[in-house]
Design a protein around this ligand. Sequence first.
Ligand code: PMP
Length: 311
Amino acid sequence: MIVPKYLLMNGELTPYDDARVHVLSTAFKYGASVFEGLRAYWNETQGELYGFRLREHFQRLVESLRICRMASPLDVDGYTADLVRLMRANDLREDLHMRVSAYVDEDDGGLASFEPVSVAMAALPMRRYFGKTGLHVQVSSWTRISDNSMPPRVKAMPNYHNSRLALLQARADGYDDAILLSGAGKVTEGPGYCLFMLRGGKWVTPPVTSGILESITRDSLMVLAAEAGLEVQEREIDRTELYVADELFFCGSAAEVTPILSVDRIPVGSGEVGQRTQALHAAFLATVRGETPDTKGWLTPVFASVPVAAT
Ligand code: PMP
């Protein structure tokens, strides 16, 4: 793993080896931590690094904190400025994955402790998340967490226990990945990605009230698909629809657009990467890398033009 020179701990540039959390912090003891996973893409021709929809990610972080009754140390502008400052300080000119965590940092904190909230930011080089073009997935026998117990809308660290149970079982059973169903038996999402299905010439994706994270990639793809003239329907998806779908893919900041080639060993369509998926993937990559004009204000140029607020 290539490690960056600095992380940002509560706004301070901190050498990689010094960025630590105590084992007795509430975050470590009780999982009192929410986070964001963001991306920045290097455009070689323009010599610029573009952060993708940073503000939307930080808005989601602020909402996660609010639901968890934790105070947000910064507002959306403050988080954005700090992250840009960190990326500039490390001077990494390649594709990046950024992780921003906000966690209860009290030493030996009790179950009810909710302060102080610390913020840690890391920006790390990232290649493709999946080492393959398409995935063979299993419908998990684990049920997705739900809004009334462990809300998936909150990007909370402990939610990933549910994700790990499904993913590790899928791997142990010889699959690449998993799709989780809700308690009502409807399709929700993968362990760390949302899902789109092409059926009857339309894209279909489960609604944000179906037990999913409100994915920023999902939202972006809905906009890009509509621009390409394909309708996107937000509605419940049954398990058996996965077996008769024409195309299926996972999406997320890490997963980008990753085709699903089979579900429970039943091939999706022809079993090859679908043409519509390929087209949407290409439009997505051109957008995030700044190869098409940023008409939506989704990109933050890291090395140029953005004033970095003093903190
Ligand atoms: N669902 C889950 C459970 C996730 O962890 C992620 C990754 N953040 C996503 C969906 C995709 O969300 P986004 O597009 O905002 O990265």
